[in-house]
Design a protein around this ligand. Sequence first.
Ligand code: HEM
Length: 452
Amino acid sequence: SPNFPPGPRPIPIFGNLLELDLENLCLFIGSRPAVVLHGFKAIKEALVNKGNDFSGRAQDLMVNHAIHPIAHAPGVVLADYSSSWRERRRFGLMTLRNYGLGKDSMEQRILGEVNTLIKLMEQSLGTSISPQLIFHSAASYIISQILFAQQYDYEHDFTKFFVGVFLEVSKIFNGRWGMWIHLMECVEVLISIRLFCFFQGAHEKHRKILSENKTTRVPQKPRHLIDCYLDELEKVGDGSSFSEDNLYSLLLDFHFAGTDTTANTLLTCFLYLMSYPEVQERCQKEIDEVLDGKDQVSFEDRHEMHYPQAVLHEVQRMADVAPLSVFHKVTRDTELMGFSIPKGTIIIPNLSSTLTEDGYWKDPHHFNPDNFLNDEGQFIKPENLIPFSAGPRTCLGENLARMELFLIAVTLLRRFRFIWPEDGGTPDLTPQFGTIQTPKPYRMKVQLRPTA
Ligand code: HEM
């Protein structure tokens, strides 16, 4: 297009990825044109103000071939912008929202799982532990509770299988090389086959769960997402995108999207809390005050916990878990900031670019919870913190993820002190670059707090 945004000259196969500098607006991924959205203004204009034009998903990237062995049932994350995607997305949001009050509520399920974490940490008091598997298992367990009320513990093959698959898949996509394989046609086939095998295994496990649940379910009395879906399947007529195959894709989407992201944010959280002990202590002081006399924290308590809330948001800014979001695609010929963007162009929202952008933050380049506090010490959330992206495709697990981060961090901080082990070297706070970023592996020492 004569008015396409500027960028380096593409070369065959690699496109211009070798010159990847994410400030450039235009890229070629192999032979496919792509545009990087840099900064909050560009991202908001595209994903929010022009949401209808910018909310597609490419259907021919490697990940499409690999992630859904059931190609005609694309789930939510990778489905193109269409009425059937909207139908499934709405179902997912409604189901998450309808987890009401009482012992089955989302909040109680999360708090139940924090007890498992507490027990594990109590068993390792005084020694140093690697938190990676623990947080991944906890996040996988919580989302599985919501999807199908999973009862297996962390040592069960089922939990180990999923956590193993998610960690393995993340490894494939991580590192600079990971970015490229995500995008280049030449190695796609090999990697696709490997991923395909992983996901085929995941579908099989979900299929087994579905058949077990079918026999125990009571229609109209849903216990979890699978039951809600089966109720819906009975109601909908022809032309609906609800099918058992689509259910497997949905389960995989939610299970995957809800595990690695949340676990890596928690890992970042505890890494920073150990590296900044004075921040940890100030959080604990405020948590003790607000929860004085209460058995357990509730999500509502966040409105009174200004400092811990500021810390958790600052952690999300530092974690930068999904630096390039999930790629979008332009659904029709359109314009952005005076440039023409042809239909089919891949859109890469550079969410990282908003995190240190000039003019938006008090202290953009350091870990500083003041970025989220006003002069009176009250929590404020600037509109340009968008770790969950924005617009019609914004993360549909945002509320669940926020609840998990808050309830888990506050409960653990109330009970334990987290200390960087003496033999742990100097903390390295730089995340490992990847589709989903993760902190470098580290160990932590856990002590009971005197007040616990
Ligand atoms: C800290 C945790 C999380 C972060 C940082 C995060 C971030 C994101 C981002 C950046 C996207 C892409 C949005 C876009 O395309 O513009 C996304 C999509 C999505 N996320 Fe999350 N996410 C988190 C947790 C979760 C959880 C717990 C769930 C579980 C339900 C979830 C489910 C989804 C789904 C289904 C989508 C696809 C939405 C669509 O394409 O319509 N996420 N998330």
